[in-house]
Design a protein. Structure first.
Length: 278
């Protein structure tokens, strides 16, 4: 295995540049902030950007947790990539990661200054400091659904895959929960709109009465109270309605979802159906 070290100060755009560099050098695998990324997808590990504190994020990035370290080490042995890039803030950090994963010293050492201009690094630093933005060098759809931060560019998910592959810019911008940029909240109107759009497909079967949630984006729980029409397919419609809300919340918000519950508060029979039964 040929190992490339890629280092630079925090906030200089390393992860954002990694996809392009790997594409140019035909590097299949990346170790970045606790993740093993293989051919554009997450193969093993967990992101340090999921952690709720900077201390936990650093321990995750350095593979200090036994189960995490063993998961990534075993997956690397299984995949056995020809080339591996290890991203860190310094040569020393990369060496720690390689030691933890029982890998040899890098064959090549690369630095962010060799691939970006001073102006590009300055812009990256401003985004980090002002917006708390971090890049993960994979498409949004590949991110694990228990990601505790939130995705800043969800529309990237809907772009043409052909365009993504052509540009080599398959990256997702996120804000971790330990960001300095404050608390992320979603407006009640947005949640209501998501619920009502999902309910539209079940018009005549389900009527939304109310909803409430815990407001925690790291473990978002939602309860939707409904009135349903009594007929043989009513239960199936409720299950479909629940699944649709779940899917839209995951796609549009990237919350770490706890549960979405549908509570049936009332059941009714249409007047025409009552008359038929008489």
């Amino acid at each position: 295995m040929e190992i490339y070290s890629f280092t630079g100060k925090s906030g200089t755009g390393k992860s954002y540049s990694a996809a392009r560099i790997c594409r140019e050098k035909h590097i299949d695998a990346i170790i970045d902030d606790g993740l093993l990324i293989y051919r554009g997808g997450i193969a093993a590990g967990r992101s340090a950007k999921e952690c709720s504190s900077k201390a936990a994020a650093m321990r995750t990035a350095l593979f200090n947790y036994d189960d995490h370290r063993e998961e990534v080490r075993k997956k690397l042995l299984e995949l056995n990539p020809d080339k591996l890039m290890v991203i860190g803030t310094s040569d020393r950090m990369v060496n720690w990661i390689l030691d933890a994963l029982e890998l040899p010293a890098p064959d090549h050492r690369m630095y962010i200054e060799d691939f970006t201009t001073e102006e590009q690094r300055k812009v990256a630093g401003e985004h980090r400091m002002q917006g708390g933005e971090h890049a993960i060098p994979v498409p949004m759809g590949q991110l694990k659904r228990n990601f505790a931060g939130y995705i800043l560019n969800p529309t990237r998910f809907f772009r043409s895959r052909a365009l993504q592959e052509e540009s080599g810019k398959e990256r997702t911008i996120v804000r971790p929960p330990f960001s300095y940029s404050g608390r992320f909240e979603i407006r009640e109107e947005a949640i209501r709109d998501i619920i009502m759009i999902a309910a539209e497909a079940h018009r005549g079967c389900i009527k939304v009465l109310n909803f409430y949630h815990n407001g925690n984006v790291s473990g978002f729980n939602l309860v939707v109270e409904v009135r349903i029409r009594k007929f043989p397919g009513a239960g199936r419609h409720c299950i479909m309605f629940q699944q649709e809300i779940w899917q839209v919340l995951r796609t549009m918000t990237s919350f770490s979802l706890g549960h979405v519950n549908i509570q049936v508060k009332d059941v009714y029979i249409r007047k025409s159906e009552r008359e038929k039964r008489k």
